[in-house]
Design a protein around this ligand. Structure first.
Ligand SMILES: [Zn+2]
Length: 348
């Protein structure tokens, strides 16, 4: 893998991750872009204790690509996108309209391939492995920025999730605080450790493997299951069998096997609702331990949570009164049924 760091015309960082070690990345961004002006502000809710990123600059965009011109495609035929090269393997750049910026964090866009019409599930194992290398490198680098407490790599896929760019891409948020979900998990880990002397993640994974009813697939180094109390109609959690805190600590064997396991999961997701159904919208989210002072971060387990908001053919799960008003999820698909379906649609 070769990594090349460059700058876009407005000073934002652009990185190429190439599978070829002799790749040359010297294309210059010729666009007359104004410097990025961001005004992200993190506000704390006094009742809930959580934070809201207020990013008014996202409403006042100075650079509007025409709807028929994808900003994530390579620059070709006199058309200039966010990526000056004529093709690329994996490209990462700072979001021009970030939700978090400056002292309030950093947002990056990860382009998985220069093929506009592909999806992650269409990538080869080599390409998916390169994306894993990029996620790992970004985690290591962003962890070193002052004030960053947590790095979140994720993909929103499908218009149903609110994605407006069809080009296969994900995002990375570097938060200047520990997110509420991670904080909750760490509290559960602390309580479990005090009660039993054991690691909660280890016990959860061991229980799922022993019961088996919700296991979706198991490799030599990874196991995927629908959690006992899944929130979403189809939800899969993927864990490396050897517990590590974050992507940086993932061993070579687990790294090598990851593309095969993850691509299979994504392909099964597209088959859940049967042939002829449009691609399954999903959110894929890496959970990693926070950085900096934290008593229980060493007990955290890196894992990926993959879920869809589609509950049946043509119908979406909405976060309505109970979910949005009270944080109580109602799931119409029993986790054991979801797991059985995800085993049924395995690749031949
Ligand atoms: Zn594109």
């Amino acid at each position: 893998m070769k990594k090349t760091s460059t700058r876009l015309a407005d000073g934002r960082e652009l990185l190429y991750y190439d599978s070829r070690d002799d790749a040359v990345r010297d294309a210059v961004d010729p666009r007359p872009l104004d410097p990025v002006a961001t005004t992200s502000q993190i506000r704390c809710d006094p009742l809930l204790g959580d934070r809201v990123a207020v990013a008014s600059h996202r409403q006042a965009r100075t650079y509007h690509p025409p709807a028929d011109e994808c900003p994530l495609c390579p620059s070709r035929d006199g058309r200039h996108s966010e990526i000056p090269a004529a093709s690329y393997d994996v490209a990462v750049f700072e979001n021009r309209f970030p939700s978090l910026a400056g002292d309030a964090g950093r947002c990056e866009v990860v382009c998985f391939t220069s093929d506009h019409d592909a999806s992650f599930a269409d990538l080869t194992e080599e390409q998916a492995g390169l994306v894993l290398e990029a996620w790992t490198d970004r985690t290591a680098e962003l962890a070193g920025l002052p004030g960053v407490r947590q790095v979140f790599c994720f993909e929103n896929r499908g218009a149903e999730i609110g994605v407006t760019l069809g080009h296969p891409h994900g995002q990375i948020y570097a938060y200047p605080f520990v997110t509420p979900r991670t904080d909750l998990m760490l509290r559960s880990v602390a309580a479990h450790l005090a009660r039993t002397g054991r690691n909660l993640f280890d016990d959860v994974v061991a229980r799922e493997r022993a019961e088996g009813a919700r296991v979706v697939l198991e490799g030599e180094h990874w196991v995927a299951f629908v959690p006992y109390a899944a929130h979403w109609p189809y939800e899969v959690h993927l864990y490396p069998k050897r517990r590590v805190r974050d992507l940086r600590e993932l061993g070579d064997a687990a790294r090598t096997e990851f593309p095969q396991v993850y691509l299979e999961l994504l392909r099964r997701f597209d088959r859940i609702f049967g042939p002829g159904e449009p691609p399954t919208p999903y959110i894929s989210a890496w959970h990693q331990a926070p950085f900096g002072p934290s008593d229980f971060a060493p007990e955290f387990a890196l894992h990926l949570e993959l879920f869809t908001v589609r509950r049946t053919s043509g119908k979406l799960k909405f976060l309505a009164g109970s979910e949005s008003g009270m944080n109580v999820f109602i799931n119409d698909v029993p986790p054991e049924t979801a797991a059985a379906r995800l085993r049924e649609v395995a690749s031949e």
